[in-house]
Design a protein around this ligand. Sequence first.
Ligand code: AMP
Length: 224
Amino acid sequence: MNIVIFGPNGSGKGTQAGLIQKKYPLLAHIESGAIFREHIKNSTDLGKKAKAYMDRGDLVPDEITIPMILETLRQKGTHGWLLDGFPRNPAQAEKLWKALSEARLKLDYVVEIILARPVAKNRIMGRRLCADNPTHPNNIFIDAVKPKDGHCRICGGALSARGDDQDEQAVNKRHDIYYDLKNGTLAAVAFFRELASRGMTRYVEIDGNGDIEEVGEALLKKLV
Ligand code: AMP
């Protein structure tokens, strides 16, 4: 099964992707932001190029991002994949669709988690990352996933906040890109909705307002 998952930063998209992967463990969870962060951690050339864009909340240029993702899909996606954080604009969406068509691969589902912008902003700025397992949800603004004594509520690991999550200007910029219906991520969603209306993929819309379990249950029910 091949899935693309969309949702604004702060919508719980990564957490939901984790739940999908738990049910379908063979799927490779390919998260563009995480790949970039790994490159930065390892001080690769690509990481050095990407860092300044990421710090500002800008998109890393397509000529860096698109080949990186398509190569990762080829290497890691042989048993299906769950693509998270890519595509983020219509050009990326078109390139992905073209590459899939050329490889005769199906895109089974396009999932969109819907969440209003102010709610997403609050969630993103409260998010804390567990050093031992980045899929453990922790958020200082959400009671259900509040850290315990400043540590991960699941495993007690050390918590940190991503720099770009705490920079309000950068958060706003990321949301400007996501909610942009003309050139941004919602335009990429529209690209796939149009394909779905012609039966070329399936589009699944999920209300992101519930708690993690509610949203996860609604989502998994729709992936058959
Ligand atoms: P994320 O973890 O998805 O919020 O991504 C963190 C940052 O990585 C973004 O703000 C961008 O700078 C960069 N990034 C992630 N995915 C993409 C993409 N598909 N295209 C361009 N830049 C990206």
